[in-house]
Ligand binder design. Sequence first.
Ligand SMILES: N[C@@H](CCC(=O)N[C@@H](CS)C(=O)NCC(=O)O)C(=O)O
Length: 208
Amino acid sequence: MDLFTYYRSTSSYRVRIALALKGLDYSAVPVNLLLGEQRSAHYLALNPQGRVPTLRSDSGALLSQSPAIVEFLEERYPEPALLPQDAEQRARVRAVAATIACDVHPLHNVSVLDRLRQLGHDEIQVGQWIEHWIGLGLAAVERQIGDQGFCFGPAPGLADLYLLPQVYAAERFKVDLAGCPRIRRVAALAGQHPAFIQAHPANQADTP
Ligand SMILES: N[C@@H](CCC(=O)N[C@@H](CS)C(=O)NCC(=O)O)C(=O)O
């Protein structure tokens, strides 16, 4: 498999964690978002939306959107499972994923921040915007997850692979997580886990 990725893209980071948790081998193909490579004709032919990640599967299928890619990996490579057996518990896990992927991350994506700047907002206002939406979203996640182990127990799963990249973004944008002890506990555990270490933005081929 080939993963078109950018080292500090949180959506790419989710997929890298899923691949690592499942022990799947892949080649990373860097797409430099700062250089605008996601808008090149070559990349748009792979991903018409011009965003990372894109996964080229073993059979050559081009897959976009990290939630779709992660669900594909879960279906094609079911072990170890990222989702629990119980339907209600699965809904809780997916709710954490959706809080992050639908209600937090899109609000601080590169193109959204650039649009705020184009509309005349200065860097202080852009920073306040980021802090507001990440802070609000993670405060909700803090109440959604459990109080032991990873988000939902001793083994990492789907909720964790959404949460850790969002924590990375929070740290990058200097959002205070003092009021989120559960999230900080999960982050500390993941910091010791080989799959999360392998997938971390600091450890990628395109890390500057
Ligand atoms: N919902 C998409 C979001 C993808 C996305 O927005 N990726 C960002 C990096 S995290 C990107 O490629 N941004 C480039 C741009 O906005 O020009 C997913 O989960 O894959």
